[in-house]
Design a protein around this ligand. Structure first.
Ligand code: UD2
Length: 310
């Protein structure tokens, strides 16, 4: 049994991780200010303690870290909206970067015996680099405060680890989808928007010709990756792409969805989104070398997502 901190544990990815940790018999402490997460995502279990709190509160975070002596820390709390980061760059920076560095600094200053700290970054760090698939050593091109903070924090996490002997690792998420992804959020990924359109039998808007591709990775595969990189291996001071290693176009997604729901979605076509990238997918060789194997193809994943809502 381990003692684990999950910041952002009430969110889509965080709460799915918490479920897995509980299944593994761990004691889990969640810090989430519910700015994006939902209290209802948190499983009610004697093994879970939830603090509705911002990670930017230094006094609170320091007290918690010193009191609990965590084995593992998953840093998922973030303002996960690129648009928000453009509108409020300084504020989102406090959360997406500064608060995480404070956690590292507390670990360093107090020599906390952490087994692993995992930071969650994003494929956004690759920006408009057209190279495909994206390898971890591909050129990065962070274009927004969100991407800049994600990349800089990755570097802090990895280099703090090396400099001060803290076991750290970072991941770059591609397009994660699955149950608990909040389709009502304006920041929702495209698959949750299609799911919402299907659920309400409303129209779905495709920006562009629908031939753009993304590396859609099902939440359970993401959780597999997170656990592998923490409890499942001794790997430290590296960054890993987390994707399915496949590319699927929006038109393909729509075809799959129509087979699942057995009716035709109402599609509206609009102009391509400004700044949209055409193709994106991950080289996951590094993660595979540790034993990672994505188990959910797009059909299986979408079916499970759909069933979770019906
Ligand atoms: C994701 C992130 C973005 C940034 C980027 C980095 C989300 C929501 N977006 O953008 O913040 O990190 O990755 O690479 O997590 N689309 C439609 N109709 C819709 C919504 C989207 O056609 O109603 C298209 C959109 O124009 C794009 C594709 O679907 O071509 C995927 O859109 P997305 O917002 O889910 O994800 P992405 O990869 O563009």
């Amino acid at each position: 049994m381990s003692k684990v901190l999950v910041t952002g544990g009430a969110g889509f990815i965080g709460s799915n991780l918490v479920d897995q940790l509980i299944q593994d018999g761990d004691e889990v402490i969640i810090v989430d200010d519910l700015s994006m997460g939902l209290a209802s995502n948190i499983p009610s279990s004697p093994k879970v303690t939830f603090y509705e709190h911002s990670i930017t509160d230094h006094v609170f975070m320091k007290d918690l870290l010193l009191k609990e002596q965590f084995d593992y820390i998953y840093l998922l709390a973030a303002i996960a909206s690129v648009a928000d980061s453009v509108a409020r760059p300084y504020e989102t920076h406090q959360i997406n970067q500064e608060a995480n560095i404070f956690i590292l600094e507390t670990i360093r200053q107090h020599k906390l015996p952490i087994k692993k700290v995992l930071f969650t970054s994003s494929a956004a760090v690759y920006g408009n680099n057209p190279e495909l698939p994206k390898r971890e050593d591909s050129t990065i091109d962070p274009l927004t405060p969100y991407a800049i903070d994600k990349f800089a924090t990755e570097r802090f996490v990895i280099d703090y680890g090396k400099l001060y002997n803290i076991p750290t690792v970072a991941v770059r998420f591609f397009n994660v989808y699955g149950p608990r992804q909040n389709p009502k959020s304006p920041y929702s990924g495209v698959l949750s928007l299609i799911t919402q359109a299907a659920k309400h039998q409303s129209a779905f808007t495709i920006f562009g010709d629908g031939e753009q591709t993304r590396d859609f990775v099902f939440i359970k595969d993401v959780i597999q990756a997170l656990c592998l990189l923490t409890k499942g291996s001794n790997i430290v001071h590296q960054v890993f792409n987390v994707g399915a290693g496949k590319h699927t176009s929006l038109n393909q997604v729509i075809q799959v969805y129509e087979q699942i729901i057995n009716w035709e979605l109402q599609i509206i076509h609009k102009a391509e989104r400004v700044g949209d990238i055409k193709h994106s997918y991950a080289d996951i060789t590094q993660l595979r070398s540790l034993g990672y194997q994505p188990h959910y193809d797009i059909t299986t994943g979408l079916k499970l997502y759909w069933e979770s809502l019906t």
